[in-house]
Design a binder for this molecule. Structure first.
Ligand SMILES: Cc1cc2nc3c(=O)[nH]c(=O)nc-3n(C[C@H](O)[C@H](O)[C@H](O)COP(=O)(O)OP(=O)(O)OC[C@H]3O[C@@H](n4cnc5c(N)ncnc54)[C@H](O)[C@@H]3O)c2cc1C
Length: 452
């Protein structure tokens, strides 16, 4: 019987376990995690904090017992402190007793994920300064939110935006502080500007977004009371959430001599094999191959973690599966306003040397006479030389994300804009316009290329 050891238990680790249990692999599965929970949706945490979901247990996808009933062994509160590739063994430490045991494996899967970056800001150790990654973090933030009037979010990425929504909908006065020139810098600057303006417009004076400024210190006796920025702003607050990004948990992999790639994430091939024999990795701890830039990038997302976990499990079980790469497709929302993107932005495409042509189109997402029609803005990015679609950004109160998913399929099929504008999309007034906004954007590019 093959002995399979999995380290990490949120998305990728449980996915590997579940897929192995469904396969006909003759194997013993042992999953170790340093947490007391496994298999939960971190992605649902902002909605739990908001109060949309009352019971945190609803975020749990599968309980340890459900895996154990099917034959896997789940070890909670057990941290892997060392990988010994030459011995095909790992050292596991009990988080409470500190006892260490040596566990042998035939195949090992590293699914140690990522953790929030905690910047070195003066007095960051004050009470009521949080980060968000685990269910425990979510419970603490929600508890504090319910007894607060003011909050500060440090960082304007997608987790910051989702928290902004949660806090705004709970009636708080919120400051978001982003050191870059734009919030959501994964979008092109002019799209980020539209997003910022829309958020402000929708927030009835309860939200202030400060860009181009950094938090330099926190003030307060025991608990945080004020946030000070480099430009000298002093902001009163009841609590703070730091959401400035994440870093991969790859110290044990590095220590074992396993090759790392961009952002210190683990380099794997398309079968999720690391540089070490019989060691696989999946989820937020690995880097990704970007299908458009043809470069490695670190784009840690739950959607990818699940696909990578499935791929790793098939290969661990002795089958064959290969993942071609990612497009970095992502979506989030603020108060009904959707922000989504796939592939490369214009800024990124230029950086990678593409000769870019783009079009931005703001149109109703449904026939204009339908009461539920809302605006969406679509930006399509195309390579002038090959005419291949490189990426798209879609934002607005209407259905932007379904357009972006359509573009993701087209990019993966390596379609040119000429092929794309002939796409036979559905149309009826409650769903779209006779010429879908996405196809209008493609037509504009086509006209520019052929100067028609
Ligand atoms: C608030 C929030 C919202 C999000 N929203 C979205 C979204 O809408 N869409 C999306 O695609 N993604 C989203 N994500 C990202 C998504 O949650 C992650 O991509 C996903 O959780 C990655 O899963 P993972 O299993 O690779 O890693 P993780 O979730 O990081 O889990 C790794 C686990 O391994 C444990 N571990 C680490 N080191 C060790 C060790 N040495 N020994 C034992 N255990 C160890 C960790 O404690 C952790 O439990 C969101 C994340 C957050 C925090």
């Amino acid at each position: 019987m093959k002995k399979i050891v999995i380290i990490g238990g949120v998305a990728a680790g449980p996915k590997i376990t579940a897929k192995l249990l469904r396969s006909d692999c003759d194997c013993q599965i042992d999953l170790y995690t340093d947490e007391k929970l496994i298999s939960y949706s971190a992605c649902g945490l902002p909605y739990f904090i908001e109060g949309l979901i009352e019971d945190p247990n609803r975020l749990i996808v599968r309980k340890p017992e459900q895996f154990e009933e099917k034959g896997a062994n789940i070890h909670l509160g057990k941290r892997c402190i060392k990988i010994l590739p030459d011995e095909h063994a790992v050292l596991i430490q009990d988080v409470d007793t500190k006892e260490i045991e040596k566990v042998n494996y035939d195949k090992l899967a590293i699914c140690t994920g990522a953790r929030p970056i905690v910047p070195s800001i003066e007095n960051i150790e004050l009470k009521n300064i949080f980060t968000l990654r685990t269910i425990d973090d979510g419970i603490k933030i929600r508890e504090k939110l319910r007894h607060s009037k003011k909050a500060v979010i440090v960082g304007g990425g997608y987790i910051g935006i989702e928290l902004l929504e949660a806090f705004y909908l709970n009636g708080l006065d919120v400051h978001m502080i982003e050191m870059n020139e734009h919030i959501l810098p994964i979008f092109d600057p002019e799209i980020s500007d539209i997003i910022k303006n829309e958020i402000i417009k929708m927030s009835n004076g309860k939200v202030r977004i400060i860009t181009n400024d950094a938090v330099v210190s926190f003030l307060g006796e025991d608990k945080v009371e004020k946030v000070v920025t480099s430009k000298g702003e002093v902001i009163d607050t009841d609590f703070v959430v730091i959401a400035v990004g994440v870093t991969p948990n790859t110290e044990i992999a590095k220590d074992a001599g396993i090759e790392l790639g961009v952002s210190n994430a683990i380099r794997v091939n398309n079968r999720m094999q690391t540089s070490a024999t019989d060691i696989y990795a999946a989820g937020d701890c690995i880097e990704n191959f970007h299908l458009v830039s043809r470069n490695y990038a670190w784009i840690p997302l739950g959607s990818s973690a699940n696909k990578e976990g499935r791929c790793a499990a098939i290969n661990i079980a002795g089958g064959y599966d290969a993942l071609p790469g990612v497009l970095g497709s992502a979506v989030t929302r603020y108060n009904g306003f959707t922000m989504s993107l796939t592939g490369l932005t214009e800024t990124e495409a230029k950086k990678f040397g593409f000769d870019v042509i783009s079009s931005t189109m703001t149109k109703k997402d449904k026939a204009g006479y339908m009461p539920e029609a809302e605006n969406i803005t679509i930006k399509l990015v195309v390579d002038k030389r090959s005419r291949k679609i490189l990426g798209a950004q879609g934002i607005g109160s209407g259905d932007a994300d379904k357009r972006i998913n359509t573009v993701a399929s087209a990019i993966q099929a390596e379609q040119t804009v000429d092929d794309f504008l002939h796409l036979d999309m559905t149309y009826a007034p409650p769903y779209s316009t006779a010429v879908d906004p996405l196809l209008s954007a493609a037509l504009v590019i086509n006209n520019q290329i052929y100067k028609i």
